[in-house]
Design a protein. Structure first.
Ligand code: NAD
Ligand code: ZN
Ligand code: ZN
Length: 385
């Protein structure tokens, strides 16, 4: 089959690889009909999340059940499904406690320590050997382990585009808002107006936020946030400017909730880069630090942007002095997806309005390039195998 294969930093190619097959009784093989490129894929492309051997990438995918193992009784061949990006067993301590992304049974590199390069959380599709080493879904076919727990059937009448983002970015944005315990009327400042930041904005409104602000360094992405999620927008110039603006919009207090939907690959100056090399840090924690400043005292900071290393001089004193609730991790998609599918089906939310590019899988490398370099006003790329 054809698949998008990561070779090395800045080198991904569509090529022929072995077809996946059923390996365990709870496996399914899915014929992929639509798959997307995510900001998380860029961390692999850019070498921030390391991968040594070739691997098929892609954790946002959906398609048709082609084959099932004997242990899968809730799906049948021909079912149309969306697949959550975290791989989880459904039966372990954490799966039983609503934490599929901390599953004990899907990642051979799992452990309680959450180390820098080892003892990681649950496995993720197409997300390096650190996260289980499973091939991903930017491919014609993909093997889905624990297929009786993750995949959800798509109700009749919904297109791929309407439901594809239930695999990751909508539940991720939703998780950020849910962790912030939005009850109604809050001012929510979201750093990032990429796909995740925009989905967080849609989620905040659905939960009753009073005011939603997206911050980004790219004006065209802020324009998309405004159009698709009705956000107020701030163009990032520097940390002080953004903090001052958010305070001026909130009677000097700061936002009730700050969401970090950027992570370690925020824009960096030469000095930021030098500091990272000197301190052996991956990227920068600048956006998270800005969230700690821009949030009001006793507010919440929700982090869905990915961080992958220690950071020296992290301002933990602000967290303590201001009484901030800080939460972040990979989104537990499985616990939200059914409710979110219902919202889509009921027409309460539209997800496909952020798609700027639909390309054949053969052009996936080009899709990575324009998404990474923010060319051609690219916000979200959908690939068709
Ligand atoms: P993206 O790369 O398209 O978006 C990131 C955005 O941040 C870009 O629009 C960029 O211009 C902007 N940005 C850069 N520096 C900034 C700054 N200083 N201030 C404000 N904005 C800045 O990626 P995405 O797909 O939207 O994903 C965003 C983050 O969420 C990534 O780190 C990704 O890995 C992560 N993610 C996490 C989960 C999860 O489960 N926790 C799931 C999906 C994605
Ligand atoms: Zn993703
Ligand atoms: Zn589990």
């Amino acid at each position: 089959m054809k698949a998008l294969v990561f070779h090395k930093i800045n080198d991904v190619r569509v090529e022929t690889v072995d077809d996946p097959r059923i390996e365990e009784s709870r496996d399914a093989v899915i014929r992929v009909t639509s798959t997307a490129i995510c900001g998380s894929d860029l961390h692999i492309l850019d070498g921030f999340v390391p991968q040594m051997r070739n691997m098929v990438l892609g954790h946002e995918f959906m398609g048709v059940v082609e084959e099932i193992g004997p242990g899968v009784t809730n799906l049948k061949i021909g079912d149309r499904v969306v697949v959550p990006f975290p791989i989880a067993c459904g039966t372990c301590y954490f799966c039983n406690h609503q934490w599929p992304t901390q599953c004990e049974n899907s990642n051979s590199n799992y452990g309680p320590d959450g180390g820098f390069m080892t003892e990681k959380a649950a496995a993720l599709f197409g997300y390096t050997d650190l996260y289980g080493g499973y091939n991903g879904g930017q491919a014609e076919y993909v093997r889905v382990p624990f297929a009786d727990f993750g995949p959800r059937k798509v109700p009749d009448g919904l297109t791929d585009e309407q439901v594809l983002f239930l695999t990751d970015i909508f539940p991720t944005g939703w998780a950020a808002a849910d962790w912030a315990k939005i009850k109604g009327g809050e001012t929510v400042a979201i750093f990032g107006a990429g796909p995740v930041g925009i989905m967080a904005a849609k989620s905040a409104w659905l939960m009753g936020a009073g005011r939603v602000i997206n911050v980004d360094v790219q004006q065209y992405r802020l324009d998309m946030a405004k159009k698709s999620a009705n956000s107020e927008t701030i163009l990032w110039q520097d940390q002080d400017q953004v903090v001052e603006l958010i305070r001026s919009m909130t009677e000097g207090r700061g936002a009730d909730v700050c969401i970090d939907a950027v992570g370690m690959e925020a824009n960096r100056s030469f000095l930021d880069k030098a500091k990272a090399v000197f301190n052996a840090e991956k990227g920068t924690a600048k956006v998270l630090e800005t969230c700690l400043r821009a949030v009001r005292r006793a507010g919440v900071v929700s982090v869905v942007g990915v961080y992958g290393s220690p950071f020296d001089n992290f301002p933990i004193y602000r967290w303590f002095d201001k009484g901030i609730t800080l939460m972040g991790t990979q989104a537990p998609v499985q616990i939200y997806i059914d409710h979110l599918m219902q919202l889509v089906q009921d027409g309460k939310v539209k997800l496909d309005d952020i798609i700027t590019h639909t390309l054949p899988l053969e052009q996936a490398a080009y899709g990575y390039e324009i998404f990474k370099k923010k060319q051609d006003n690219c916000v979200k790329v959908v690939l068709k195998p």
